[in-house]
Every structure is written in structure tokens, then in C-alpha cells.
Write a protein that binds this ligand. Structure first.
Ligand SMILES: *[C@@H]1O[C@H](CO)[C@@H](O)[C@H](O)[C@H]1NC(C)=O
Length: 376
């Protein structure tokens, strides 16, 4: 019936245009379909084996130690609730915090003390914060994606996620458990920023539900269904900012600033918030980016380092961006590329930190096989 086909054509064209405008275009553009990877400062990288699949890195600047939340590549294939990998029996029992020591150039694997949960530690986001009481003491905040008690039903219930607080001494290989924080608002935690008294934190929920098709639909449509939550170990948790699409990495800047990375199919932005007296967050800035981003860390000069991917569509290609404060009001924040690699040196990154004293960039990722250390 050629006449019907002809009649349908404009409808299809319009539907196609709407689909392209709203979904496919942003995906191809943020995903870097037509972007050329331009390697930048990637010619002086070394690979350090001994810690794999480390989703988040945090630098302890005074000592140069780099804390890393690590697993195994095989475990991440089976157990990574963010990607709906929910095969609890296939997960590693060896998830741990590792420390890279730039003096010995060795990786130290930490042990947990006083931690009794039989479901173990299942790492994702992390923060490491010097104590306000003793500068040699650190609080370590970890997202722990425990499987549900009935592990075999993990694919139905999703993870029973909590935030764990540990304390340690700078350079020690022992993390002593302080508290497990459980709360209905700790739903799909991704990354966390902790306080210096070991008693409160902000974290991002990266989806609106633990399982189900709506996770995918909401991510594709960039629906503002994710949130930043504030928890106090005594007072409990409350929403600090919501109506956000695709919350991912979170970091604390100077003067009560909290940075949150939003990354969905068609949105890629850094939002800047100001912490209020009641611990809610009020947005002050939104900085759009041209590619998908993951974790963010902010150094003592308020420079943020963000792991991003130039071609999400061709995963395993790598890129970082730097964000810094400039002085004019019109252009308060500026994004700058400080490193880019085509996957030959550095692979599948989700976190990067810069040690300015040593002029090195540490790079790792949730599906990266090694730590990369690049002179920049
Ligand atoms: C889950 O992991 C176990 C252990 O590695 C493996 O034997 C099993 O095939 C996996 N199941 C699925 C559905 O992938």
C-alpha cells in the first residue's frame, strides 16, 4: 500500500526528528560519536599493578598517600549495583581499601578491624578526611553495597547499601570500624563526602530505585529523580538537594561549597552548591560539560579534577578535565583539559587525583586493571 507509506513518511520524519533532538543527538554528542580523541600529556605514564578495579581515589595531601577503593575486575562484572550487575555469589570477598605510597612506590592493602558484617565490604564511592581532633588520624567513609540478607534474591531486591565509617592513622594498614549507617534514604549511594569529626556526610543517590526498568528510562530521559542526602550519625538522614538528574561524584570545596557531577545520557554538568546551617544545599552554579563525567575531587586550592570519557560510545577511552575558579563573575568556573589518552596508557577510568607537590596525576577506574601514574 504505497499511499499509506507516503502518508506515514512525514509522521515518521517528525518522530525521527524529535527522537534525534531529544535523545539520540545528545547521546551521540555527549557520547563523543564524532569526537576525535586528542592525546594530551599522556607520554609519561607508568602502570602500577597490585590494586585493580578501584572506583575512587583520594589523596592525603600532606603525606602524598593515595587511598583507593578497590575490588577485582571479575567481581565488578558480577556485583556492581550501579550497572545492575547483581550476581551476589559472584562477587569478591576481597574488596578493600589500598594505599599507594609514593616514597616506597608500593601498594599497601589495608585490613579491617572490628568489622563483623558477614556480607563484607563491597566498595564504590569513598572519602578520606583528616580528623579535626588529631591530624594523624583519618576518617574513611565508604559506600558499602551489601547484598541483601537473602543473597540469592539480590537481582530482585538490589543491594542493601549502607555507608561505613572507619578511622585510621596516616599510613597505617588497619582501618578500625566506627559505625555502619543504615537509613531508608541510603538507597542507591554512589559517592560520599565526609566531615572531619567522623559524624556526618553527604552522599549522592545515582538512581531513584534499586532495580527495574525505570532506572534505564529515567537515565535516558534525564529525569530529575536523583538526590544528594545529608546524614548525621545521631540525627539520621534527610534530603539536602533533589530534583537532580544522574547524580554521581561529589566533593567538598572551600567555604562550604559542595560540587556534584550530574551525568546521564543527555546531561553532563557540574553543579555547585552552598552548604546551609541546616545542612541543606542551595545551588549557586551549573557548569555544563561536553562529555560524560564520573568522580570529582577538589584540592586545597579549590581546583576540581574530574574523570571523564571522551567517547562513552567507545568505552575504554580516557580523559580528564580540570575545573578551576577564576576571578571574573561572568566566568566564575572554567573547564580545562589536563590529560587525555586514547586508552593505550590508561584505561576505563572513573577517578583521578593530582598531587601538585610531586606533579603527578593518579588515575584508576572501576574496570581498570592497574593504577596509572602520569607526570603532567
Ligand atoms: C554468578 O557468579 C557465579 C560465581 O562466579 C557464577 O558461577 C554464575 O554463573 C554467575 N551467575 C550469573 C547469572 O552470571
Amino acid at each position: 500500500m504505497p499511499s499509506l507509506r507516503v502518508a506515514c513518511l512525514p509522521v515518521l520524519l517528525i518522530a525521527g526528528a524529535v527522537f534525534y533532538q531529544s535523545l539520540l543527538g545528545p547521546l551521540l554528542s555527549l557520547g563523543g560519536a564524532f569526537r576525535a580523541v586528542e592525546p594530551f600529556k599522556n607520554d609519561a605514564c607508568t602502570k602500577v599493578e597490585g590494586a585493580e578495579a578501584c572506583e575512587k581515589l583520594v589523596l592525603h595531601s600532606p603525606s602524598g598517600l593515595v587511598y583507593m577503593a578497590c575490588s577485582t575486575l571479575e567481581s565488578r562484572m558480577n556485583w556492581h549495583p550501579y550497572h545492575m550487575a547483581l550476581n551476589a555469589s559472584g562477587r569478591s570477598t576481597t574488596d578493600h581499601v589500598a594505599i599507594y605510597d609514593p616514597t616506597s612506590e608500593k601498594i599497601i592493602r589495608t585490613l579491617l578491624e572490628g568489622f563483623a558484617d558477614a556480607r563484607g565490604i563491597n566498595v564504590h564511592g569513598m572519602d578520606v578526611v583528616p580528623s579535626e581532633f588529631d591530624k594523624n588520624e583519618l576518617f574513611v567513609y565508604l559506600v558499602n553495597h551489601r547484598p541483601p540478607v537473602e543473597e540469592a534474591k539480590a537481582h530482585i531486591y538490589g543491594a542493601d547499601s549502607v555507608i561505613e565509617i572507619f578511622k585510621t592513622k596516616v599510613g597505617s594498614d588497619v582501618l578500625t570500624h566506627v559505625k555502619t549507617v543504615e537509613d531508608p534514604l541510603i538507597d542507591t549511594p554512589n559517592d560520599v563526602v565526609g566531615s572531619s569529626d567522623g559524624k556526618s556526610f553527604y552522599f549522592t543517590n545515582d538512581h531513584s530505585t534499586k532495580v527495574g526498568l525505570m532506572r534505564i528510562v529515567n537515565a535516558y530521559l534525564s529525569r530529575p529523580v536523583t538526590s544528594v542526602v545529608y546524614c548525621d550519625v545521631d540525627a539520621g538522614c534527610k534530603i539536602a538537594a533533589d530534583d537532580l538528574a544522574g547524580c554521581n561524584g561529589i566533593a567538598r570545596g572551600k567555604d562550604g561549597k559542595i560540587f556534584v557531577v550530574l551525568s546521564t545520557t543527555s546531561v553532563s554538568e557540574i553543579r555547585v552548591f552552598e552548604e546551609q546551617d541546616d545542612n541543606s544545599l542551595v545551588q549557586t552554579d551549573a557548569i555544563p560539560a561536553d562529555r560524560h563525567m564520573d568522580n570529582i575531587v577538589v584540592d586545597e586550592d579549590d581546583v576540581a579534577y574530574i574523570a571523564s570519557i571522551p567517547k562513552t560510545l567507545h568505552f575504554f577511552l580516557v580523559h580528564q578535565k580540570k575545573l578551576f575558579n577564576s576571578i571574573t563573575i561572568e566566568q566564575k568556573y572554567k573547564l580545562e583539559k589536563i590529560f587525555e589518552d586514547d586508552g593505550s596508557q590508561v584505561s576505563a577510568i572513573t577517578s583521578a587525583v593530582m598531587d601538585k607537590k610531586r606533579s603527578v596525576l593518579y588515575i584508576h577506574g572501576v574496570s581498570a586493571p592497574w593504577l596509572s601514574i602520569c607526570k603532567v
